[in-house]
Write a protein that binds this ligand. Structure first.
Ligand SMILES: Nc1ncnc2c1ncn2[C@@H]1O[C@H](COP(=O)(O)OP(=O)(O)OP(=O)(O)O)[C@@H](O)[C@H]1O
Length: 290
């Protein structure tokens, strides 16, 4: 067992933020914790890492209570960059962790090289960009080669180049056997790293493998909508008109054949848009209905 969260409850005053959260991670995997602002994601991650105490419930990491300080040799938590000191260098931060956890300098420098922060490791953090800070935080989090890596909004505020780099680093870290639990608002990015989603809604967790909902559809803009539908529904099961366009789930039928069928009936295709259903659509269904 990598992580077990049992009936965790937490209230701030009268506001019950977590209403009994239970889930398990049994084998190395990437899990994404997703929910609207204020839904309690940071609270849950802070409880898991024992930074705050729940009102009730239990957390076990690698078979031990999260109150046992020994587990933090094998678990890391990447928080936001407010934990960094502007007047220290990146290396100072890493050295501090190295001293506490008895990690040789050589290993620290190897990790820095792997994440790609070597060129600015001796500069003061006050001079770092947001992306550089995120890379340093990630280096600090993985320098002990953790079995479980927990990250609160690792992609927050990153430009696309840095987000792609951090995403690839996470996949690389995962492929080396580390289990990752991350919170994020960036559903497009999440789809690229995992299909295992923990949706946090009104203090309860909805755990889903959203790959079961993933499907590719095409949105066709045509000059003869009804005619196009009539022609295609003989061949395609999932077909509907929305917003004056035709949405089809081709289910194995190649686009070329769809175009040919329409062409034969002289239906003109004005535009084709490909849509891949992923965590964003599932998020809408869970949080935005009603
Ligand atoms: N120390 C605290 N005292 C009182 N209320 C708090 C405290 N920490 C969090 N809250 C409240 O608990 C709720 C959950 O906050 P939390 O930061 O866990 O949510 P979140 O899902 O991480 O939000 P975001 O996506 O905006 O980061 C919010 O309504 C927040 O205002």
């Amino acid at each position: 067992m990598i992580l077990s969260v049992k009936d965790v409850k937490k209230a701030y005053g009268k506001q019950q933020v977590l209403k009994g959260i239970t889930f398990k991670i049994e084998k190395p995997q990437i899990f994404a914790l997703v929910g609207p602002n204020g839904s309690g994601k940071s609270t849950l991650l802070n409880i898991i890492t024992n930074l705050i105490s729940p009102d009730s419930g239990e957390v076990e990491i690698l078979g031990k209570s999260n109150k046992n300080p020994k587990i933090f040799k094998e678990v890391s938590f990447m928080q936001d960059n407010s934990v960094l000191y502007d007047y220290l260098t990146g290396y100072d931060h890493l050295q501090f962790i190295g001293d506490v956890q008895k990690i040789p300098k050589k290993e620290i420098l190897e990790t820095a090289e792997r994440i790609g922060i070597t060129s600015y490791i001796h500069k003061k953090v006050g001079k770092y960009s947001l992306g550089m800070k995120q890379h340093l935080l990630l280096t600090m989090a993985i320098v002990n080669n953790p079995k479980l890596l927990i990250l609160d909004e690792p992609l927050n505020g990153l430009d696309p180049t840095s987000a792609i780099k951090v995403r690839n680093l996470l996949l690389d870290i995962y492929s080396n056997g580390t289990t990752i639990l991350l919170s994020s608002h960036n559903l497009g990015e999440i789809d690229r790293v995992t299909s295992q989603i923990l949706f946090l809604k009104e203090g309860k967790l909805i755990e889903e493998d959203i790959s079961q909902y993933e499907e590719t559809s095409y949105i066709l803009t045509v000059n003869e909508l009804e005619m196009a539908k009539k022609v295609l529904e003989e061949h395609i099961e999932k077909i509907r008109i929305i917003n004056n366009k035709l949405e089809i789930v081709p289910n194995g039928m190649i686009l070329n054949n769809i175009v040919k069928l329409l062409d034969r009936e002289k239906v003109e295709i004005i535009d084709i848009e490909k849509k891949i259903r992923g965590s964003e659509e599932r998020y809408q269904e869970i949080f935005m209905v009603n």
